[in-house]
Write a protein that binds this ligand. Structure first.
Ligand code: TNX
Length: 773
């Protein structure tokens, strides 16, 4: 970009004779292409530039655009280049904002930069999106002594999906209104249009309800155990004061709703029911089946969190609450939760059982469905539409409901096939509370799963299973931000960014224009904007490092920079890398023991996670003496239908079936959830060397070579990989691999690379078993 400015200055004199004020022609190769996220539908460059030398004057005749005008002026003033712009005078470049009914797409806009700048939108929101694109262009415009240079162009743009959302859980941790506004700004910047505000849950009720004041007097506060891990927080004891929490008054909420609306964003409130209601029960114990006093849950999972479906009082309560909620939120959609409602209380409750009998309901799932249908009828009668998590499909879907598919895509697929609207938020792609890098040892504590930027970027919201008529029911997708492991605003921003940036492009840009390398190349100015606006974001660690690395004679260290516009710097003396540490330029060879520390630096000195590798010389392990005469190809496996939490427990059980597989993977006969498998056999090493294994699983797994626990990836967790290295001599080694699924998603793969090679699946001819085993 800078190169262009200098060259431009050199030729400026020559060009001056045909240049009108503020207009310079330029050759195509000199043109600075703009970098916009999300990528617009179409950009036509006019092969000329506009130099903004005398300031910018924003004009609009339409009163509907008066906020847009004020907003644009405010944002321009915040741009770093603004200081460069002289005071406005008559020759200032004009930015004209207007509504234009001829634009076809509902949220479409056209941005034209010529002698002046015009933004036309079909609607007010279209104009706002045009403004966001213009701001990105101005922010990255090269500055010369004459002003800011922007290319003349025409952008024709509109979104692919109508629903482009971000969620925030303010119950597990409370976030004040200033942060909520900052979050809304971020949503606006990404041309998203919905903020799903998760206002109630077991760990705190966060919205003032006038008719039920105890919801916030009691329900908004829990015992402060912020110093303890989330899952180890004890329940409130007698006499213990609840001091952690907070809530939003109705006045604050009205203010936020209009702040969001001005910026083109609808807020969908979520009031959880019938589960995730411990905070409401703490305030009004009579809402539960047993009516016992409980405290607001301090962390972990609430023991009792379900409202009684037998009492009419519960429905009256929820209708009253929703009536106040609807007064505050004009949104067509009202989210009522519906997820993870543990039904054991209902099984024991005479009133719930009576309700089931009276209504002819076969089981507790149908009782949940009855609950949701009553609420659906109520919301429908008030002209609103119910949204719920995909559990609302169980026992029968309420007739007007929209489904948010979170436990994978299957709920969304089912609902779309039933001609119900669907919003996709599958846990494997859209959960921004999961780790963002493979380096969980150096990331702040998060949910134990792994959703890197690349995975979000490559997410496709329309499942392949749907035909084109069904696909129309997929309104869009949403990033979910559950805050169990986000105690502060800075951590919340860190988790969200830049994954939400990737999601914004999935939702806005035409499918055929999606290109990950190109996206990464457009990321830098976007990150500059985030830095300038004081947002915290994740910067990845260099790839190619493991905490412990080994070698026999020497090892070639090859680091990969995930963000080519940034630089890797490293040290070999155990100190943390700084802006003056050595630049990593090419692979190097290590022959002695050392500590390598490396990280990715942005040009402003911000850096990502510092990754440390301890690199040590080792002797290879001796092979086992094995009688190879009766070895057969493949691994023998056992399959178990058991519910366990660690691999070690597998051995205490009897398998349901057994057989032989080519390699490590899920046995074909596995059921959908909650099972285990283990593998026994021999691994053949064709050459002495260092072998690196990658064990990916959801949930836990362990991998042994002989008695060496080569990879320990045990315990319940989401899909993620663990790596391990081992130096082996040519020959045969016994292998044991155990795996379990504790519910939700499941997956299992083992990959390998030798010395400098690439990570690949393990060739089948390296696995053997003995027939009798
Ligand atoms: C499941 S997603 C939940 C939330 C948790 C989240 C953690 C959903 C509808 N329920 O209550 O916060 O997992 O990732």
């Amino acid at each position: 970009m800078r190169k262009y400015v200098n060259r431009f200055l050199m030729v400026a004199g020559l060009l001056a004779f045909f240049a009108t004020a503020g207009c310079k022609s330029s050759g195509k190769d000199e043109l600075t292409l703009v970098k916009i996220i999300p990528e617009p539908v179409k950009i036509d460059y006019a092969d000329k530039i506009l130099t903004i030398g005398k300031g910018i004057d924003v004009v609009s005749k339409d009163p509907a655009l008066s906020f847009s005008r004020t907003y644009l002026i405010g944002q321009i003033k915040k741009l770093p280049g603004y200081a460069f712009l002289p005071e406005k005078d008559d020759s200032a470049v004009k930015v004209v904002l207007k509504l234009d009914g001829r634009i076809e797409q509902a949220e479409g806009y056209i941005l034209e930069i010529d002698k002046n700048i015009t933004i036309s939108g079909k609607t007010k929101n279209g104009v706002l999106y045009g403004i966001q694109s213009l701001l990105q262009i101005l922010q990255q415009a090269p500055a010369s002594s004459e002003g800011l240079d922007v290319p003349r162009l025409k952008i024709t743009d509109y979104p692919r999906f109508a629903y482009r959302g971000m969620h925030l859980d303010v119950s597990r941790h409370f976030f004040g209104i200033d942060f909520i506004k900052k979050y809304i700004d971020l949503i606006a910047m990404h041309k998203m249009n919905t903020f799903h505000w998760h206002l109630t849950d077991d760990q705190g009720w966060r919205i003032e309800i006038r008719k039920y004041p105890k919801l916030t007097e009691v329900g908004a506060w829990r015992v402060d155990h912020e110093d303890l891990p989330w899952n180890e927080r004890p329940d409130q004891k007698e006499g213990e004061k609840a001091t952690y929490g907070g809530y939003y008054t109705q006045e604050q909420i009205r203010n936020i709703v209009s702040y969001a609306a001005e910026r083109g964003i609808t807020i969908i409130p979520e009031i959880e029911m019938p589960g995730h209601s411990a905070a409401a029960i703490a305030a009004y114990p009579e809402l539960s089946c047993q009516g016992k006093q409980i405290g607001v849950t301090s962390g972990g999972i609430a023991k009792v969190n379900i409202l009684c479906a037998g009492k009419d009082q519960t429905f009256q309560f929820m209708q009253d609450v929703l009536t106040e909620v609807m007064e505050l939120f004009p949104s067509k959609y009202i989210h009522i939760g519906g997820d993870e409602a543990w039904k054991s209380e209902w099984k024991k409750c005479p009133l719930c059982q009576k309700r089931m009998k009276d209504e002819g309901l076969a089981n507790e799932e149908e009782l949940q469905s009855y609950f949701i249908k009553r609420i659906d009828d109520f919301l429908t009668s008030r002209g609103r539409t119910l949204v719920g998590w995909d559990e609302i499909l169980q026992g029968g879907l309420a007739k007007n409901a929209t489904v948010m598919s979170w436990r994978g895509e299957s709920g969304g697929i089912k609902a779309a096939q039933m001609k119900h609207n669907v919003i996709m938020t599958p846990v494997d792609y859209c959960y921004f509370d999961y780790y963002q890098s493979l380096n969980k040892d150096i990331e702040p504590l998060a949910f134990n799963g792994y959703i890197p930027l690349s995975k979000v970027y490559n997410y496709e919201p329309v499942p392949a299973e749907l035909d084109s008529a069904e696909a129309k029911y997929v309104l869009g997708a949403q990033g979910n931000v559950w805050t169990e492991y986000m105690p502060t605003e800075k951590v919340a921003e860190y988790r969200v960014l830049p994954r939400m940036t990737a999601l914004s492009e999935v939702l806005w840009s035409p499918k055929e224009k999606r290109n990950e390398t190109d996206f990464i190349s457009r990321l830098q100015p976007f990150l500059d904007w985030l830095s300038e606006n004081n947002y915290n974001f994740h910067i990845p660690a260099p790839e190619g490092m493991m905490s412990k690395m080994i070698f026999i004679d020497s090892v070639r260290v090859k680091l990969v920079n995930p963000w080519p516009f940034a630089r890797i710097r490293y040290t070999l003396d155990g100190s943390d890398p700084s802006v003056s540490s050595d630049l990593y330029e090419k692979p190097f060879t290590v022959k002695g023991n050392l500590i390598l520390k490396a990280c990715v630096f942005l040009k402003d000195g911000r850096h990502g996670l510092i990754k440390t590798s301890t690199i040590n010389k080792v002797e290879p392990i001796l092979p086992y003496s094995i009688d190879t005469t009766d070895l057969q190809p493949g691994l023998s496996y056992n399959y178990y239908e058991i519910a366990i939490n660690s691999v070690g427990e597998i051995k205490k059980h009897h398998p349901k079936s057994r057989g032989v597989m080519d390699g490590v993977g899920l046995p074909a006969e596995h059921r959908q959830e909650v099972f285990a498998a283990d593998f026994n056999g021999y691994f053949y090493v064709p050459r002495t060397g260092v072998y690196t294994f990658a064990l990916s699983s959801d949930d836990g797994s362990q991998f042994y070579l002989g008695e060496h626990l080569t990879i320990d990836h045990d315990g319940p967790h989401g899909p993620s990989a663990e790596f391990g290295q081992i130096a082996l001599q040519k020959g045969y080694y016994p292998i044991y691999l155990g795996y379990f699924d504790g519910g939700g998603g499941n997956s299992l793969t083992l990959q390998m690379k030798s010395d400098g090679g690439e990570m690949t699946d393990i060739p089948q001819d390296q696995f053997f078993h003995k027939k009798q085993e």
